[in-house]
Structure formats: structure tokens, C-alpha cells
Ligand binder design. Sequence first.
Ligand code: ATP
Ligand code: MG
Length: 331
Amino acid sequence: MRIFSGIQPTGRKHLGNYIGAITQYVAGQDRGEGIYCVVDLHAITVAYDPQALRRSVYDTAAILLAAGLDPERCVFLRQSDMPEHTELTWLLSSATAYGDLQRMHQFKDKSAAQRELTSAGLFFYPVLMAADVLAYRANEVPVGDDQRQHVELMRDIAERFNARFGEVLVVPEGRYPVVGARIMDLQFPDRKMSTTGASEQGTIYVLDEPAAIAKKFRSAVTDSGSEVRRSPEKPGVTNLVDILAVAAGRDPDEVERQFDGAGYGALKQAVAEAVTEYLAPVRERYQEIRGDEAELERVFARGAAKARELTAPVLRDVREAMGFRGVRAGQ
Ligand code: ATP
Ligand code: MG
């Protein structure tokens, strides 16, 4: 069982990333062969600052390691160390439908938010994501709910490739958390908590101090009424119940029952406490790991070497199937 997932080194990672993705990565190390990637090449598809990107790669790597990724038990790599990913992106483009890319929600949402340039990279993003996964013949892709469409597309690309060129690629499955697959912004509970598109007050960052966490939950937008109950008409309360359930390791129904008649104030206080405790171990370990960039580079170097062993046979098979030389001349 091979598991692959990537996370962008844009900005600061948040509770949605932690619940939707990072905790799944950590658990995946015990279920199979986990391959986890800081996808810095994806980060250049929107406006960005090169110096900030360099720092953010280390920030994101340190968060993942602090959260429990163990480079001895998984393959932990940086996307830009692997030209295999970009090469495969181009090769897969011939099995990708232009019309499918035009239908992607993420492209529509993010292109609408660009002030200056909507880059072709933003449009092509899902093909690079498909290459990331397919280069490893991964079986499973743990992601949040917002990535369903991209996972479906990579499955279509793999199937079309195999139909056209022979059974070379593994068609992967998405894996989504049962609770917390889409954590919402605390100020705008109709939008997902997001690195690039959310409100500062509505976003809990993994490294937030307890006081900041308490303040953000206190000012979380709830709904009219006072009943603690999950429903589509109560997205704010639903979000808080789900977050509390995940952070405290409890069933959301049980959380509802506990706060029956207790009011929103009690719920907000409980969720703030649970989240503070939930994130504390990461915050405690982070500084030391982030402080040693040389060690982070060593981790990436080992990760790239291991990754290359896994991608080499896949790239060779893809190249051969498509009519190229399997091993490049000169290698
Ligand atoms: P952006 O909004 O710029 O796309 P992001 O917050 O989605 O950034 P990514 O690095 O793109 O961050 O996503 C990393 C992982 O976190 C993905 O698997 C994604 O599905 C998951 N994820 C992102 N936001 C949420 C959320 N609000 N709830 C649950 N999972 C999420
Ligand atoms: Mg995203």
C-alpha cells in the first residue's frame, strides 16, 4: 500500500490542513509506505515572493516533522528536487483533456482572486498534481474534501493513459477524513479555511498561541438561535462541533448531546481548550526543528534519493510506452 500526498509551502498552515491532511499523513506511516511532499512548484501558480517561498518551505517542513512525520519511516521530499515530477507533467498532458481542466473549481476560484496575472500554471496545476502521485504508482491519496475533483481528474488521466499506452500507471483512490474533511473559516463558515483565501480572524494557524486560539473561537460566527446542533442551516455551529469532535477524539453526536442546552459560549470555550491541547505538541517541537535548516536540507536530500528509486522505474515505463527511450541518452 503506497500513500502519496503533497502540501503547499504557502503562508502558514492552518487547522484545516492539520485535520484534513497532516494527521492523515502521520497515520499513513503505520498503514503503508507513506510518501509526503512539500509541493513548492505548486506554490508559484499564484503571486508569490521568492525569498518568502524559500522560508516557507522550511516552515512547512518543520510543521510536518513536528506533527510526527518521521523521515525514517516515510519518504519526505521537496517537489522541486525532483525533475521527474515536472517531466511526467508534460508527458501526462497528452492524456489530459483541456475541457476537464476548464471545469476545475479551484482554477475558477483562484483565478477570480488574482489581481494581476492568472498564470497558465494555475490552470495546469492539476496535471502537476497528477504527476506527483502517478510518478510513485501510489494507491491512496489522503487529502481534504476540496481536492476531490483533482483526485477524480488524476484517476481519469491515469485511465486514459493506460487505455492509450498500456497498463503502466496505478489508478489511485482519494482518502478523506470522516469528520473534518472540510474545516470552515470561523468568520465565514460558508468558505473553507484556506492558506491563501481566508480571513485572518477566521483562521486558526497550527502555531497560534493559546490566547490567539481562544480569541478567534470566541469571536467565531455562529448562527441565530442557541441550539448546539449540526445542520446545513447552521454552518458555523456545525464547524465548531466537528472541530471539537476531532480535537478531542470524540464522536460529533456525543458532542452535540453534551452541549444540549448549554449555549454557544460554552461550546466555543470547550473547542478553544481542546484545540489548544491538540496543537500544543506541534508548537512545542516546532522551534527546535525549524531552527536547524542544515538538518532540514539533509532530510530533503535523503528523501529525494529514496524518491528517485521509486520514480525511476515508473518514468522508464512511461517513456518507453510513449515512444521515447526509457533511459535518457547520456545517463
Ligand atoms: P490554498 O487555499 O492556497 O489552496 P490550502 O489551505 O488548501 O491552500 P494546500 O497546501 O493546498 O493548502 O492543502 C494541503 C492539504 O490540506 C490538502 O490535502 C487539502 O485538501 C487540505 N485542506 C486544505 N484546506 C482544508 C480545510 N479547510 N479542511 C480540510 N482540509 C483542508
Ligand atoms: Mg489548496
